[in-house]
Write a protein that binds this ligand. Sequence first.
Ligand SMILES: Cc1ncc(C[n+]2csc(CCOP(=O)(O)OP(=O)(O)O)c2C)c(N)n1
Length: 281
Amino acid sequence: MKEFETNHPNTWCPGCPNSVILQAFKGVLANLVKDGISHHDLVAVTDIGCAGKFYDLLEVNGFYALHGRSLITAFGMKMANPKLKVVGFIGDGGAYAEGLNHLVQLARLNPDLTALVFNNRVFALTVGQGTPVTEEGYRGNTTPEGMIDPPYNPLAVALSAGAPFIARTSALDISASQKMIKQAIQHRGFSILEILQPCITFRPDDLVELRQNHKPVSAKKNNREEARQIIESWNYDQKGAIPVGVFYQANRPVWEERHKARTWHRSQRKVDMKKIKQELL
Ligand SMILES: Cc1ncc(C[n+]2csc(CCOP(=O)(O)OP(=O)(O)O)c2C)c(N)n1
């Protein structure tokens, strides 16, 4: 795991579950390397926000994208070099607000990459505004009298759009999270893993709620109707059981296979790094 450490200071709030997920993720990477995947081919593309900071703390190739644009950037990388294992790190604001169209299109197109959606039900880095998955009544600095509009269910949207792997875990259950991160990465196709996490600064009560209410469910993996029922049993606003687990897993032809006749994205460019560096300098 040491191979994946950086010297960058950790600027998450003390006690943020992101730090635990970081360790779990490094464990998964170490396992993938043990399984024969080259460290060089593991790529992290991160969004902007607290979830984006994973890139600072991971010694892997990668890219810091714009807010809401990390997943489509990940797709670009995958197009250019299909052998990479690309993982996107993105908050609920980035994935379900600014970047929703990309999430839907990737579910439809099904490239072989993974989206880890860190859902704390706020725009955390910009200090706690409500997102489209924040419940009615939430008081943040842009909604001092409480959120008026209802949330929507992005996992139901992803299922409708064709995503072949949809799962949710609680960041407080580290061993389940680690297992599901690995499963999501190993799934061939577009995999979405929503990592529910309490924002200990702006939504500290979620710590207790998530601990008490997360409910592991097991679904018949490729049954869309069952998946839909489980996914819609919690619409991000009501109190009570929050299902976690792999809700849906099916095989669909991936983008790379459907487009294999096209070779442009596989052309091996001979890049003269020395020349590029000189030009930049
Ligand atoms: C296009 C764009 N809109 C807004 C911002 C400002 N911004 C930076 S971080 C952030 C909040 C990120 O929230 P989320 O994606 O939920 O991630 P979190 O910080 O909660 O992990 C926002 C709104 C931005 N950088 N770019």
